[in-house]
Ligand binder design. Structure first.
Ligand code: NAP
Length: 244
């Protein structure tokens, strides 16, 4: 069934699993034997993922959820505790681009919405899932950020600031887990052929970009129990771990 089976029997939660990078990551984790808890708002996307995973004998739990609902994230943590008592892997991937505008022109609602998904939701996931990751034999958490956090390009301020905030959260959280078996890192996927990238770069030929399936193996490698990196970022563009 699978080439690698190091995630056999593991419980892995993937946010933003209805399309794009999260969908491919969920598929890859299932191919390696994990039971995937798939979170997103779009039920049709989650069901398509479930169909694809079932075809090779894998299993999922589908969780239609708006990640801006912090109480729902708390309920999700409680449900995972009730059913499994621990969480082996978290791929915190869901994110939004927002508007590409001069900072002075960003509307307050747009600013709040992007920070709610890209930053606050990830804090709420940490708050809800921390004890479950610690309860696992080798808990692994990966937060999908972006090299935009470093670029500070004009018009990308909203997205860049949200990803820089996420990087800071990841770095601090990883430090807090230094003496545990949990490993926490960020992941910069580079430019990937998804709906978000098409929105950001409408003039670009998508065929020139790697697909989510191309990068998913490198992402899921960060869930490996043997991984020792802590509080760093794996950058697909350079192919190595870097300081956040
Ligand atoms: N593609 C790139 O070139 C690129 C580059 C650097 C970083 N990234 C990062 O990679 C991650 C995935 O991006 P992508 O390109 O795959 O984007 P995408 O195709 O737009 O997918 C985004 C995913 O996030 C989910 N999501 C968004 N808002 C949500 C909410 N409020 N509640 C629950 N789920 C939500 C979406 O699901 P629903 O809409 O169904 O809820 C969808 O599954 C993002 O964090 C992005 O910033 C992407």
């Amino acid at each position: 069934m699978t080439e690698k089976t190091e995630l056999a029997g593991k419980i892995v939660l993937v946010t933003g699993a209805s399309r794009g990078i999260g969908y491919a990551a969920a598929l890859q984790a299932a191919r390696r034997g994990a039971h995937v808890i798939a979170v997103a708002r779009t039920v049709a996307g989650l069901e398509a993922l479930d169909d694809e995973i079932q075809k090779f004998g894998g299993s999922t739990t589908l969780v239609p959820l708006d990640l801006r609902d912090g109480d729902a994230i708390d309920r999700l943590g409680a449900a995972i505790f009730e059913r499994w008592g621990h969480l082996d892997g978290l791929i915190a991937n869901a994110g939004q681009l927002g508007v590409l505008n001069p900072v002075a022109h960003i509307k307050p609602d747009d600013f709040d919405k992007i920070f709610a998904v890209n930053v606050t939701a990830n804090y709420r996931l940490i708050r809800s899932l921390d004890a479950l990751l610690r309860a696992a034999e080798n808990g692994r958490a990966v937060f999908i950020s972006s090299s935009s956090a470093r670029s500070k390009r004009p018009f990308w301020g909203l997205y860049a600031a949200s990803k820089a905030a996420l990087d800071a959260l990841v770095k601090s959280y990883a430090g807090e887990l230094a003496s545990t078996t949990v490993r926490v890192n960020a992941f910069y996927p580079g430019a990937v052929r998804t709906a978000m990238r098409a929105k950001a770069m409408p003039g670009e030929d998508p065929q020139t970009l790697p697909t989510p399936d191309d990068i998913a193996p490198a992402l899921i490698d960060l869930l490996n129990p043997s991984l020792d990196e802590q509080g760093r970022v794996y950058n697909v563009e350079t192919g190595v771990f870097e300081e956040i």
